[in-house]
Design a protein. Structure first.
Length: 213
């Protein structure tokens, strides 16, 4: 059993990760600034901000993995990178792995590129995609004292396209995962399976990967 801390644990991706990790018997702490409206039974909820190291320091004690599922929306629109810097500083030199949930925009459209972001990418999602791209760059600038992984969901991913838990997904390396019909989609529940699988199996160290069907 691992101790897993999920930042943004009441958001879309975060709640699914909390749910999946609890279902496997892990000790899960969900940290967020707001109280959960529908708490996951078996998880511990802590109110705090990822921007304030003092508010999460105790939650990180003994953690095997910390997963950042922070979303660059609302009043966090321009603060996610600052929060990630604070988390990196708090974990550097420890044995705790850091997982970061990004967006599809930074995924490669084909082996060797270009990125999805560099093609006909929707303007309304460019800010979020850029934050994900910058988050990956921030991780890549860290030294070997931090073990991290960065996970890109499929192109269609969010509460507007919830989908079902199928128990399956494909790992596309750094290339966006598409199905036989060219569609790129993954449900929140199956995305969470990929995240918890990575925590348990450790297939990606200091690198990114994509998931989809």
């Amino acid at each position: 059993m691992a101790r897993i801390v999920v930042l943004g644990g009441t958001g879309y991706a975060g709640k699914h990760i909390v749910t999946e990790a609890v279902s496997r018997g892990h000790e899960v702490v969900a940290l967020s600034r707001s109280e959960p409206t529908d708490a996951v039974a078996g998880a511990t909820y802590v109110q705090g901000s990822a921007l304030d190291e003092a508010s999460f320091a105790n939650a990180f004690d003994g953690a095997d993995a910390v997963v950042s599922a922070l979303s660059p929306r609302g009043d966090m629109s321009d603060r996610v990178l600052d929060a990630l810097r604070t988390v990196i500083q708090g974990l550097a030199g420890t044995s705790t792995r850091l997982g970061v949930v990004g967006g599809a925009g930074g995924s490669l459209a084909a082996p060797g590129g270009p990125r999805l972001f560099d093609l006909d990418f929707p303007e309304e999602y460019k800010h979020e995609a850029q934050v994900g791209i910058d988050s990956l760059a921030l991780l890549e600038q860290t030294d070997g004292e931090l073990d991290w992984f960065f996970i890109h969901p499929a192109e269609v991913f969010g509460p507007w396209a919830e989908g079902e838990r199928t128990g399956r997904y494909r790992d596309g390396g750094d290339v966006l995962v598409r199905d036989a019909e060219g569609q790129s989609f993954i449900s929140g529940a199956d995305f969470a399976i990929a995240v918890v699988d990575e925590i348990e199996q450790g297939n990606h160290h200091r690198e990114r990967f994509t998931v989809g069907y």
